[in-house]
Design a protein around this ligand. Structure first.
Ligand code: CUA
Length: 324
């Protein structure tokens, strides 16, 4: 995005500079040209100039609408990640950034990504509002407790880039910094497979799912007291209230923490809340597990070309490439 954002930014600077100079020059010119030449001179009264007024209304209108349209195009490109992205989860807390890769790699204040591949960072906060900012990529978004926001980027050059928290979040806000390490795809694969083998995020979610006994009600055979979760993620869900909602990260999170908020049609609000029992990271693991559950008969999502081949690829519950 950097090229597009810079072009728009420099255009704004240029427009501002041109008009500032124009106005400053006009002020000086008029001050000299129409200065008072004798003690008793009184200026002539002017009653409007229609042509002039139309010009100074229409010209700025065209310019500002042009800026608006251009800005909107860039904004939409920034806020709509491509369909195929490498998803990484981020949790902000006072005062650090925690990143979780789908394969189970975790890191703090460092984010490793491959070059030339769209990356989507799905973010939430454990405490207050933070804001993830990578100036070199021109991406920045608030990280809000209880919500999932995202940024996406495609790094074009290997190297190390700074990342910041860009929202004042307390005493050590200024220390809430880190770096994005952009690696060649092969190096990235090597990095992913190195380090601790903790299993994928989805498999950690699967374990948590049974530890919390979620599987006693949400059974894969659809005979449980809770709705079947297989194939639900990303789909529209009919609610008891007659409305429907897309089962996204925010909905899954809310259903775990406040189960009675949006009850699925045909089910009783009997699920207890898990508020305080699941950490933000645990929620991300559960979300990733539910995302990985495919509907009966639906095959597992096939890895896209260049998708991360990870340890534990044989596990059925693992989503090789998350998509939404
Ligand atoms: Cu987190 Cu400032």
């Amino acid at each position: 995005m950097a090229g597009q954002i810079d072009a728009l930014y420099f255009f704004l600077v240029a427009i501002t500079a041109v008009f500032s100079l124009l106005i400053a020059a006009a002020v000086v010119y008029f001050a000299i040209r129409y200065r008072r030449r004798s003690e008793h001179e009184v200026g002539a009264a002017i009653h409007g100039g229609l042509i002039l007024e139309i010009i100074w209304t229409v010209v700025p209108l065209i310019i500002s609408m042009g800026i608006f349209a251009w800005g909107a195009v860039v904004f939409f490109a920034m806020s709509r990640p491509p369909a195929e992205t490498l998803n990484i989860y981020a949790v902000g807390k006072q005062w650090m950034w925690k990143f979780q890769h789908l394969d189970g790699q975790r890191e703090v204040n460092e984010l490793h990504v491959p070059v030339g591949r769209p990356v989507k960072v799905i973010m939430t906060s454990e405490d207050v509002i933070h804001d993830l900012f990578v100036p070199a990529f021109r991406v920045k978004a608030d990280v809000i407790p209880g919500r999932y926001t995202h940024i996406w980027f495609e790094a074009t050059k290997a190297g190390t880039y700074r990342l910041f928290c860009a929202e004042y979040c307390g005493t050590k806000h200024s220390g809430m910094i880190g770096q994005v390490v952009v690696m060649e795809p092969n190096d990235f694969q090597a990095w992913l497979s190195g380090g601790r083998q903790e299993g994928s995020l989805a498999s950690a979610g699967e374990k948590l799912f049974s530890d919390l006994a979620c599987n006693t009600c949400h059974r894969p055979d659809a005979q449980g007291r809770g709705p079947l979760l297989n194939g639900v993620f990303g789909q529209s869900v009919a609610l008891q209230s007659g409305q429907s909602i897309t089962a996204d990260e925010a909905y899954v999170r809310e259903s775990i923490l406040r189960p009675s908020a949006k009850v699925v049609n045909g089910f009783q609000p009997i699920m207890p809340t898990f508020q305080g029992l699941v950490s933000e990271e645990g929620l991300l693991e559960l979300i990733e597990y539910i995302r990985s559950l495919k509907a009966p008969g639906q095959t597992q999502a096939a890895p896209s070309p260049g998708a991360t081949a990870a340890p534990g690829a044989a596990e059925p519950a693992r989503a090789p490439e998350a998509r939404n």
